[in-house]
Ligand binder design. Structure first.
Ligand SMILES: NC(=O)c1ccc[n+]([C@@H]2O[C@H](COP(=O)([O-])OP(=O)(O)OC[C@H]3O[C@@H](n4cnc5c(N)ncnc54)[C@H](O)[C@@H]3O)[C@@H](O)[C@H]2O)c1
Ligand SMILES: [Zn+2]
Length: 341
C-alpha cells in the first residue's frame, strides 16, 4: 500500500505499472473518468456507468470482453481507478480474466481509500443481494492519493469516514483519540491528515484480514455496526447510503452493548459524538418502518443458527468476546428495536 498526496500523477512510474511486462488497462466509471481525465495518459481506459446498480455480471461481461478484444493476455495489469464499486468490479474482472491477472487499486472515494481497496474481496451484486458473486483476489498494489478526494461530492466524502471510525472503534483506541482531535481538519479534506488516516485505517484492516483472510474468526469484528446497518439499508430500500447506515449502526450497537453491561458506560455517547462531528447521522430515519427493519435484521447473511449476531464493543478499541472466545454475540430482535431510540 503506497500512500501520499500526488502519487496518482506518478502512476506510470510506480513499480507495478512501470515494470510490468504486459499491457496496462484502466477501468473506471464515467464520473471519475471525467473528473480525472489526465491520469495515466496513453493507457487505454475502459469506462462503465457509475453507481452500485452497475456493479453487476453484465458489467463484468462487457469489461471482460473489451479486455479480450484489446488483446489482454495473462501478463495484463488492470488499474481500478474509482470508488468501491470500481475496485470491487474491476478487481473481479481481474480475478477471473484468464484465471486471474494482476490488478492495482487506485481508490478515489473515502470509502475505498479507508476500507474497500484492501482485503482482497472483489465481486458483483445479483438480484438476490449485494456481493453474492465474487472472489478473493487481493490487488498487487494499492495507491492512495488523497488529492483525488477533491472532486468527490460532500455526502460521499463523509460517508466513507464511517468505516475508518469503525476500524478505530474495534481495534485502535489511539486512532480514535487522533480522530477526536483532528475531526474538523479531516472534514476539510486536508491531504496530509487524510493520508495519515488512510494509512492507519488500511493498516488496521490489513492486519485483521491477514490473520483471517476468509472470514472465519476475528475478521468478523470488521462487521461492527453492520448488522444494524444492513437491516437499515434494506428497510429503506437502499435509500440510506451505506456509510450513513454504518454510522447509525455503530451507535445503536454500542447502545445495545452498554445496556447489556458489555460496554463501558459512555461508549455509545462517545461514538455518537465523534460521528456527529464528522457530519454523519447518528439517529434512525424518522420514517423507518420497524416491521421491515426486524424482518431485514433476521435475514442478515452473517447469521448463524438462525440467531442474529454482531460484534459488540467492550470499549473504544476493544471488541467483546463470548465465553467460547467468539468475536460476535447473539442479539435479540427486541433489544435491537429498543435500542433504535
Ligand atoms: N471489497 C470490500 O472489502 C468492500 C468494503 C466496503 C465496501 N465495498 C463496496 O464499495 C462500494 C461502495 O463504494 P463507494 O461508496 O466508493 O461507491 P462508488 O464507487 O459508487 O462511489 C460513489 C460515487 O462517487 C463517485 N466518485 C468516486 N470517486 C470520485 C471522485 N474522486 N470524484 C468524483 N466522483 C467520485 C462515483 O462515480 C460514484 O458516483 C459498495 O459496492 C460496497 O459493496 C467493498
Ligand atoms: Zn461497510
Amino acid at each position: 500500500v503506497l500512500v501520499g498526496p500526488g502519487l496518482a500523477r506518478q502512476l506510470a512510474d510506480l513499480p507495478p505499472i512501470a515494470a510490468t511486462p504486459g499491457q496496462v488497462f484502466v477501468i473506471t466509471d464515467h464520473h471519475v473518468d471525467s473528473a480525472w481525465p489526465d491520469l495515466l495518459p496513453g493507457v487505454p481506459r475502459l469506462v462503465f456507468p457509475a453507481g452500485e446498480r452497475h456493479k453487476t455480471r453484465p458489467s463484468w461481461v462487457e469489461l471482460t470482453d473489451r479486455l479480450l478484444d484489446a488483446g489482454a493476455d495473462r501478463h495484463a495489469t488492470v488499474v481500478a481507478l474509482g470508488g468501491g464499486v470500481t475496485t470491487d468490479l474491476a478487481g473481479f474482472v481481474a480475478a477471473t480474466l484468464l484465471r486471474g491477472v494482476r490488478w492495482v487499486a487506485v481508490p478515489t472515494s473515502t470509502l475505498a481509500m479507508l476500507d474497500a481497496a484492501v482485503g482482497g474481496k472483489v465481486g458483483v451484486d445479483t438480484g438476490h443481494g449485494k456481493n453474492l458473486v465474487g472472489a478473493f483476489h487481493p490487488p498487487h498494489t494499492v495507491v492512495v492519493d488523497p488529492a483525488l478526494l477533491a472532486t468527490l461530492p460532500a455526502r460521499s466524502f463523509r460517508e466513507g469516514l464511517a468505516e475508518a471510525v469503525k476500524h478505530a472503534a474495534v481495534a485502535d483506541a489511539a486512532l480514535w483519540r487522533w480522530l477526536e482531535e483532528h475531526a474538523a481538519a479531516v472534514i476539510e479534506r486536508d491531504v496530509d491528515l487524510m493520508a495519515e488516516l488512510a494509512h492507519r485505517s488500511l493498516a488496521i484492516k490489513a492486519q485483521v484480514v491477514s490473520e483471517d483472510e476468509r472470514e472465519s474468526g476475528r475478521r468478523t469484528i470488521l462487521n461492527a455496526g453492520h448488522t444494524v446497518a444492513h437491516a437499515l439499508e434494506h428497510a429503506t430500500d437502499l435509500e440510506l447510503p451505506h456509510g450513513e447506515a454504518v454510522a447509525i449502526g455503530l451507535v445503536v450497537e454500542a447502545r445495545i452493548a452498554e445496556r447489556r453491561g458489555v460496554a463501558a458506560s459512555g461508549t455509545a455517547a462517545r461514538v455518537a459524538t465523534l460521528l456527529g462531528v464528522l457530519g454523519l447521522p447518528v439517529t434512525v430515519p424518522e420514517r423507518l418502518d420497524r416491521d421491515r427493519f426486524v424482518a431485514a435484521l433476521q435475514h442478515d447473511k452473517k447469521n448463524r443458527d438462525a440467531t442474529v449476531r454482531a460484534a459488540l464493543l467492550a470499549d473504544i478499541g476493544i471488541v467483546a468476546r463470548d465465553d467460547d472466545g467468539d468475536w460476535t454475540l447473539p442479539l435479540h430482535a427486541h433489544e435491537v428495536t429498543a435500542a433504535l431510540g
